[in-house]
Design a protein around this ligand. Structure first.
Ligand code: F6P
Length: 370
């Protein structure tokens, strides 16, 4: 519970894939910390600034002043840089015999924090970053996590910042694709990110009036999708919009993976092209595929994401000033609350099959591939 603590130096890091709102969290945390008389620091590229300081002209750990965070709330990306490879828990190191071995570098990291006299760390990231944050907390480091990811798959928070911006952009793309699909009487397949969770596909698909939405949570039968497209033809709609989550898979098949690399999660992708080609064969209709990919991670955060990000950044600093550690700030509307990091890393938050948005999709007649 809350205690009166003396804090002097706090570091912030951003890890994993970038998401709109990272800079807003940084600005809020820096200002809230400085206003308490603390020194605020930023670590370059996840933890690389501390693990490989020799690679940075500025030493990998930079002082964050009011000037440094001025005018960044609306900017996408992160002023600190980020990485989604080389977790300190399994860092790929080249061995003398030339082979690559994954090494746990968290002890080294904790020593580096001590050496720089950092009292607490604000770690902004998704499930991978929170697993690292939890491991560091177990080793005695004072850590407060902030939930980020466009995928919205982090448990214990209703939303992560970045998700709303991704959904808004994807929805706008679906709106734009409707007119060209309709003019050419085509089937347009739109592949969206989200890893093993279908949040972006579901929410933008419903908001953007897709005819079919394929999610990782519901393995699909493409015959059901072809039937839906044929039915629409019979009813006079000679075009269709199909949204496919990158982690979607056929009933009797597997997830489409682009590559497996040492030191990082498998890269998903390619399912849109497969679905598009198969649907062209099955329906005889001309199809096109659009992969939204990293466009979903770019651009300015929506006002919703900006506000959530600013609230998260300020709440992380309040948590530290109250002596709370090993926690994640989380949105439980209308409040921001604190949950144990341990709980947030236990499972992935996927779309519940009985949730209201799934029911809404079915009521609207959207085909979910089952
Ligand atoms: O986790 C965010 C995310 O954008 C996923 O939706 C996607 O699968 C992955 O990152 C892509 O990672 P990369 O930037 O390495 O291509």
């Amino acid at each position: 519970m809350a205690e009166d603590v003396k804090v002097k130096r706090v570091a912030i890091c951003t890890g994993g894939g970038d998401a709109p709102g990272l800079n807003a969290v940084i600005r809020a945390a820096v200002l809230a910390g400085i206003n308490r008389g603390w020194e605020m620091y930023g670590i370059r590229d996840g933890f690389n600034g501390l693990l490989m300081p020799e690679n940075y002209l500025d030493g990998g750990l930079i002082r964050l002043t009011r000037e440094r965070v001025r005018g960044i709330t609306h900017l996408g990306g992160t002023i600190l840089g980020t990485t989604n490879r080389g977790s300190p828990l399994s860092f790929p190191l080249k061995m003398p015999d030339g082979t690559i071995e994954e090494v746990d570098r968290t002890d080294e990291l904790v020593r580096s924090f001590r050496m720089h006299e950092i009292d607490a760390l604000i770690s902004i990231g998704g499930d991978g970053s929170m697993t690292i944050a939890n491991a560091l907390a177990r080793k005695g480091l004072w850590v407060v996590g902030v939930p980020k990811t466009i995928d919205n798959d982090l448990d214990q928070t209703v939303v992560t910042f970045g998700f709303n911006t991704a959904v808004a952009f994807s929805t706008e793309c679906l709106d734009r694709l409707h007119s060209t699909a309709s003019s050419h009487r085509r089937v347009i397949v739109v592949e969206v990110m989200g890893r093993y969770a279908g949040w972006i596909a579901l929410e933008s698909g419903v908001a953007g009036s897709a005819d079919v939405i394929l999610l990782p949570e519901i393995p699909y039968d493409l015959e059901k999708v072809a039937e839906k497209i044929r039915l629409r033809e019979e009813q006079g709609s000679n075009f269709s919009i199909v949204v496919v989550a990158e982690g979607a898979r056929p009933k009797d098949g597997t997830v489409s993976v682009i590559s497996h690399e040492v030191g990082r999660a498998e890269r998903l992708g390619g399912i849109g092209e497969k679905v598009s080609q198969e649907l062209q064969q099955m329906t005889g209709k001309e199809t096109r595929v659009v992969v939204l990919g990293h466009l979903l991670r770019g651009g300015s955060p929506t006002s919703f994401d900006r506000l959530v990000a600013l609230r998260f950044g300020a709440a992380a600093v309040r948590a530290i000033s109250e002596g709370r550690r090993g926690i994640l700030v989380a949105l439980d509307p209308p409040i921001v609350q604190y949950v144990p990091l341990e709980d947030a890393t236990r499972r992935m938050k996927t779309v519940p099959l009985d949730c209201d948005t799934i029911l809404t999709a079915r009521d609207l007649g959207i085909c979910l591939g089952d």
